[in-house]
Structures are given as C-alpha cells and as structure tokens.
Design a protein around this ligand. Structure first.
Ligand code: PGA
Length: 248
C-alpha cells in the first residue's frame, strides 16, 4: 500500500538497457501469473522490450501460459487484418513472437458497424478478466496514454476519440503523410488503464523529456492524460537518460 502513490522512476543508460530491464520485469510477471491480463502498446518505444521478451520466451524463461492480451487502441474504420491496423502491429510485434493464440486476444475492432457497442464489449471483457494485471504503455508527445488524447478524464471509458493534431503529426511517418492518417480511433479508456494492478510506462529519447517531466511532476490535469499516473497505485516508469536528465 502506498498512500503517496509515488511513481517508481528507473533511469537507464540507453534504449537497449531500458528494453532489457522492461522485458525482465514483464517476464517475471508472466512467470508469476501465467494467466495475467495484459494490455500492450504499439508505437516505437516498446519494440525493443518485445524483442527481448520474445527471446526470453524462446529460451523458455516463461511458458506459453494462458495470458489474456488486450489491444490498446485501433484506428476507426480499419479491420484488424488491415496491414496498417494497430492490431496487425500488435500481432507481429507481440502476439506471434510469443506464440499467443487468437482466442487469448481481446481486440478493439476498428471496423465494427457499432464501435460504441464494441467499446462496451471490450470494457466488459476487462471486467471479466478482473481488470488488467499489467499495462505496457508508451507516452505520447502530447501526454496521451493509448489514444486518450488531451483532454481526457480519469473516468473516461473505452470509446471512440478524435485524434489530436499532435497525434496525426506523429503518426504521419507510418502513413506517408499526415493527411492519410485516420482521424478517429478507438482507445482503451483511462479508467481501465489507470486501474491496472501494474503499469509500466516506457519513455525514450530527448523529444519526450518535457512531456515526461510534466507527466511525473506537473499538475494532474485532463490536459495531460499521463499526469493521472501520479494517482495510480503501482507505476514504474522506465526512461532512458535522453528522456530523463537527472541533472537537468
Ligand atoms: P512512440 O509513441 O512509442 O512511437 O513514441 C508513443 C505514443 O504516441 O503513445
């Protein structure tokens, strides 16, 4: 029990160390709880951790287990098997390398004819799983978690959101131009993410420095959704030195 909700900040030498330490932590949790419910981010930052984790799985550091894996976010209008979908990214980076079977996965179907109902079904599945045991998250340049864009309230459920200019801009590189990035998305809600029993936030690079300071030490505000991590019970931030300058 930690009434002060202190965030455990671990500063690593570089991205490789961040990925190794992150993978060791996640593997330990998977070993201790083989049926853990875990929500996993896409984006660049967790890719090193996922590669390390796949190597640990191949070396049988943890077993196939019965993990339940939840997709964190999805572009509205894109089917899960669309090569540009975030599900495909999750599949290639996390599910396939770990040998996770389709029945272990809860998707956010971007192409659902009734996205609001799909979001409710997702939240129901989170409840049935007993909440997330682990959330592996990245930090958006605008302080978003998943696609919980500013402003987001801590009570916000899984829902359809409009992407901010900042997100459209930072995702333009994957789409060959900002104009091609879908304007809306489905995102796991703030409420289910913040209630995770353990949150690992991965932050790498000097371009995240300002937003990380704001998230950890600035005011808790809907304008910077990641600042609500200050109110969650078990948060570990793994940052490399470029993202957190202890002397700065
Ligand atoms: P990144 O994305 O890991 O590619 O920096 C983080 C995010 O936007 O949530």
């Amino acid at each position: 029990m930690n009434p002060a909700h202190t965030i455990d900040l671990v500063v690593l030498e570089d991205y490789a160390a961040l990925s190794r330490v992150g993978a060791a932590r996640v593997a330990e949790l998977f070993r201790a709880k083989p049926d853990a419910a875990v929500v996993v981010a896409t984006g660049n930052t967790p890719m090193g951790l996922y590669r390390e984790l796949a190597a640990k799985r191949a070396a049988r550091v943890f077993g196939p287990g019965e993990l339940k894996v939840f997709q964190l976010d999805a572009y509205l209008g894109l089917a899960p098997d669309d090569p540009r979908s975030l599900y495909r990214w999750t599949k290639e980076a996390f599910l396939d390398p770990l040998g996770i079977q389709p029945q272990q996965v809860v998707k956010l179907p971007g192409d659902s004819p009734d996205p609001a109902a799909a979001c409710r079904a997702y939240d129901d599945a989170v409840v049935r799983a007993g909440g997330f045991d682990l959330a592996i998250l990245g930090l958006g340049p605008n302080g978003h978690l998943g696609f919980n864009e500013p402003p987001s309230q801590p009570t916000d459920k899984t829902r359809v959101v409009s992407l901010s200019e900042a997100s459209l801009e930072s995702n333009a590189r994957y789409w060959g131009g900002q104009g091609r990035v879908p304007k809306q998305a489905l995102t796991a809600g703030m409420n289910v993410l913040l209630a995770a029993k353990e949150i690992v936030l991965l932050v790498s690079g000097a371009h995240k420095r300002d937003v990380l300071v704001q998230a950890l030490a600035g005011p808790v505000t809907p304008d910077l959704p990641a600042s609500y991590l200050q109110t969650s019970s078990k948060v570990t931030v793994l940052a490399d030195r470029a993202a957190w300058d202890e002397h700065g």
